[in-house]
Ligand binder design. Structure first.
Ligand SMILES: CC(C)(COP(=O)(O)OP(=O)(O)OC[C@H]1O[C@@H](n2cnc3c(N)ncnc32)[C@H](O)[C@@H]1OP(=O)(O)O)[C@@H](O)C(=O)NCCC(=O)NCCS
Length: 184
């Protein structure tokens, strides 16, 4: 008799799949973002609508709108959009959302790592993020000021972070210009 051994299926992260978002996902993604931000520490209650606007903007990069699938449903989403720093086109990570009941299982981490990998392959030099100084440094983000990248609003420098994905040809130094959909 042949016995098959399976990986520990109680470790659900094993079943997680990350892929590019497609049009059929839009409604589910909308609800994931809405639910995730309902209980978030910082939210303007509009992140789900922001993503709809960003998808229709010139800052949208289809390869950098990713969904996390588990239990045959979308449980997480991450979006990186184009920003300008001087003449350079770089990226902003925002927003990222994981359904409350699926949080703290490593799904957000996988979305960020996969997003950063794709962004690196696409040739971007920097990805910036506004957020917790306790979360994003786990993925290599450090205060953006250390790269000469500045926020277009008042924020503690520890919360405005960036990761270098590829070495830029020119010295980058300047204030971030977000897509106008952010309303900044
Ligand atoms: C932020 C978020 C995407 C993280 O997803 P996740 O799948 O829970 O993250 P992971 O499981 O990979 O990592 C969890 C770890 O990060 C920490 N963490 C998660 N969100 C954090 C936050 N906002 N600030 C500080 N730490 C945070 C958790 O405490 C946990 O730490 P531990 O591993 O030491 O216990 C998720 O909590 C979420 O959707 N939050 C609501 C929306 C939001 O605030 N998005 C970020 C702003 S754009």
């Amino acid at each position: 008799m042949v016995y098959l051994t399976y990986p520990n299926i109680s470790s659900k992260i094993y079943m997680l799949k990350i892929r590019q978002e497609n049009k059929n996902d839009y409604e589910e993604v909308y609800n994931v973002i809405k639910k995730a931000f309902e209980t978030a520490e910082h939210s303007d209650g509009n992140e789900h609508n922001l993503v709809v606007s960003l998808r229709n903007s010139s800052s949208f990069i289809p390869e950098l709108s990713l969904v996390a699938i588990q239990d045959k449903k979308i449980v997480g989403h991450i979006l990186f959009t184009k920003i300008k720093i001087g003449n350079n086109e770089e990226l902003a990570l925002a927003p990222i959302a994981v359904l409350p009941e699926y949080q703290k299982q490593g799904i957000g981490s996988k979305l960020i790592k996969e997003g950063n990998n794709i962004a690196k392959k696409l040739g971007y030099h920097y990805s910036i993020v506004l957020g917790s100084e306790n979360y994003y440094p786990k993925f290599g983000y450090i205060p953006a000021i250390q790269f000469g990248i500045y926020a277009p609003f008042d924020v503690p420098s520890k919360n405005f972070m960036a990761i270098k994905l590829n070495e830029p040809d020119n010295k980058i130094n300047g204030v971030v210009k977000y897509a106008k959909e952010f309303g900044i």
